[in-house]
Design a protein. Sequence first.
Length: 407
Amino acid sequence: MSQKPLQNYIPALTGVRALAAYLVFISHFHYIFDENLPHFVQRFFQEFHIGVTIFFVLSGFLIAFRYYNNFSLTSDWFKQYLKNRVARIYPMYFLLTIGAFISYYITKDNSILNGFNHPVGLFLMNITFVRGFFDDLKFTGIAQGWSLTVEECFYFSAPLMFFAAKKWGRFYLQPLVITGFGFVLVLMFRNVNWYGFFGNFTFMMLNTFLGRCFEFFAGILLALFIKRKGFERTNGIKFTYLGFFMMLFCVWIMSVLPILPGQTFGQQNPLGIITNNYLLAASIALFFYGLLTEETRFKKILSNRFVELLGKSSYIFYLVHLGYIYNMLHWTLNWLNEQVFGLYDKLSLDWHSPFEYDGLNLVYLFVALNAVSILLYKNIEEPLNHYIRKSGFLIAPKQHKAEVIAE
């Protein structure tokens, strides 16, 4: 029986992006429900940072699926590859980072600089992704943008990893070598007071590509397996649900681990690092395998046209769900609350305001952030993406058939 050809685009993998971004959102705002939920539920939600791992595994899968069989370590190939990566990631990050530093000069929000006294230098470190190598600076600018340093390191490394795998084989050794190099850097710099540059093992394992490389490799190995076997299979195992429940199991493990002094998550416990970087990555790969090879209700939901749009705009949602845009929206809700109570006073009414409840306000903010993200995606990110790809930036544009299977 002939195999079905590999599909060019699977909407469910775009919908997954929205799921990942929303999990991170919940992780950052779990505290709002502190008075209404049992402590173990709060801890469970707190470990929903797993959305970052979902992004990393998905990136590994997509880059390998698109480029593994056709990469070439030539100048023109690398220019085209880099051009595509810049078009996808950089424009919105650059513009929103500019906005963050403008916001600092207006509001003097110290979280943007995190105590660093040179805003111009810090701005340059942010727009070049260099800040992600420094423990003390990783949350400056757009705080959650630290993960883009990890992504960019993977993008630059991927062609070399593919080359090494084809030339020498033993792909499984690469994560060991890369993480081992990270350990060497920590041993070299942990006693050097240079803004936390590879200053400790927890930072290296959770905030750098050297520590989190296995998450990308999990996606790469899934892509290579799909390329060999295709989307057809004969067993009836529901990998979608198996992988999803394994992901929740990983969250549960991290939620019951003790939070170490000076840390915030169970993920930062040594067992939490192993769970997050390895067991969780494998669980997500199983989940993706199910989405690629099965027809389930989960896949149908993630493939919905509106969910697909949310997935396409989720990169912006991830960048704006914390920071100055969130702060402006939050300030607006507080202002509306004051206006409503002012109106009640004039009318001598003793009513509740729809903006006085933190939990309900979080729902308003979630909707507003999605609306902002969709508007920015449609009017700025998508047009700039297409413009850069069609421009002469780095290399003259080429007409070629799309090979990616998700946005």
